[in-house]
Structure formats: structure tokens, C-alpha cells
Design a protein. Structure first.
Length: 233
């Protein structure tokens, strides 16, 4: 059993990550800006998640503690991260420029996790930052939407900060499509490399539930280090 701190636990990916990790028996600290706004995570005093939440993940359920925190503040990251084995970053903000948010969050994580003694970070990326050909990211191809490119630049900033850090990090980038938020967990996925994964005819849209499986697997059993990888079916 590990102690996992999840930043952005109230988002679409975060809720699934918390359930996945707790269902495996881990102790999870779910970090959100306002715990009272996320009763689905179990409240601000902690919540026992029972066996079988979201599928078969082994025996027993883990404990979820919901706390207030700011992923862009190194002091807050250090405080909530202390005593954990690994951190998962799935936080996002749409009300501030993406480069500003992801740059600040990444710098705070690098600083704060070092203070907390947490050396492993599993972060959520975005498919548009993956390459379509050597040296050419999807976000840089002709006709790519300007608004989406601006958001993608935030994830580029995240990578730039992490590459200059001493953290043992991995950034996991799902396919560049809108993920399925309602599909059940299958536990099926495959890792690729830094390229946009080829679409397979007949495959369903990749789901948040299976994205969570991949993220927690990397928290459980680190297989990729200091690299961005694609994940898909």
C-alpha cells in the first residue's frame, strides 16, 4: 500500500484517479481548492472507499482524505505532499492562461515535492503535444485551432519545467480527442512513445476511467522515467 497525493482531484480525471487508487487499497490525499465543493470525494474529513469501487482492484479499499491546497504554490504543495510516496498531477484551470497555470504549477510541484521528500511525479499531459512526424507536434501542424494551441502551450511549459528538474517524472498523454467520461473501467490500455497513437478502426474513444488505470499503474509500478508517453487503446 502506498500513500498517493492527487492534485486536481475534483476534475474529470482526478475523480477517477482517486477512485482507482483508493480501490486498490492505497491511502489517497485528494487535493482540491475547496473541499466543500466536492462531496463525491468523501468530504473534508476523509472517507472510506469500499472494495470493488470502479472494478476489481484487489482486496479492500483505501482511505481518501480531502484537503484544500493550491498546486501553484510551492508551500502548499510541500504541506499537503509531506509523508506521501508519489504525487499525481491532473489539475487544470480554464480561467487563467494555460502557460501561466501549467508553468506555475510545474514550478511549485518541483519545489514543493522536493521539500516534502516526494521524488516521483505522474502528470497528465495532452495529445496535441505528441508528434505526428519527427520534430513536429500535432499542435504545430497547419490548421490546428488557435485556441487549442494556446492550451497546448501550457503543457509544453509543463514539460520544459519538468525536464529541467531533478524529479523522477512521467507525463502521460491520452489521444487528442475528447475522452469518454461515462464509459466503465475496462483496465485495458497501451503505452506508446512520444508520437500520436494511430487510431484503430472500431476501437471506442479512450475513457477517463482507463486513463486513471494507466496513471495509477505508473504510480504503483514506475515503468517510465523523465519522459512523455502516449496512452491509448
Amino acid at each position: 500500500m502506498s500513500r498517493i497525493v492527487v492534485f486536481g482531484a475534483g476534475g474529470r480525471a482526478g475523480v477517477k484517479v482517486v477512485a482507482e487508487a483508493a480501490g486498490r487499497g492505497h491511502e489517497v490525499t485528494a487535493v482540491v481548492r475547496d473541499p466543500a465543493a466536492h462531496p463525491e470525494l468523501g468530504g473534508d474529513r476523509g472517507h472510506e472507499v469500499g472494495q470493488g469501487v470502479g472494478g476489481d482492484r484487489g482486496s479492500g479499499g483505501g482511505r481518501v482524505k480531502v484537503v484544500a491546497g493550491d498546486v501553484t504554490d510551492a508551500g502548499s504543495v510541500a504541506e499537503v505532499g509531506a509523508g506521501h510516496d508519489v504525487a499525481v498531477q491532473v489539475a487544470a484551470r480554464l480561467d487563467v492562461p494555460a502557460e501561466e497555470f501549467y508553468g506555475a504549477a510545474s514550478r511549485a510541484l518541483v519545489d514543493g515535492l522536493a521539500r516534502a521528500g516526494v521524488s516521483r511525479l505522474v502528470a497528465l499531459g495532452i495529445g496535441s503535444v505528441l508528434e505526428v512526424s519527427p520534430g513536429v507536434r500535432l499542435m504545430d501542424t497547419p490548421g490546428f485551432p488557435a485556441e487549442a494551441r494556446m492550451f497546448s502551450l501550457g503543457h509544453v511549459a509543463q514539460l520544459d519545467v519538468l525536464e529541467g528538474s531533478a524529479l523522477d517524472w512521467v507525463v502521460i498523454a491520452p489521444p487528442p480527442v475528447f475522452l469518454d467520461g461515462g464509459a466503465p473501467r475496462t483496465g485495458r490500455y497501451r503505452f506508446g512513445d512520444g508520437r500520436v497513437p494511430e487510431a484503430v478502426e472500431g476501437e471506442p474513444v479512450f475513457s477517463y476511467a482507463d486513463l486513471a488505470v494507466a496513471l495509477v499503474d505508473e504510480a504503483d509500478r514506475p515503468g517510465h522515467h523523465r519522459v512523455q508517453v502516449a496512452v491509448s487503446y
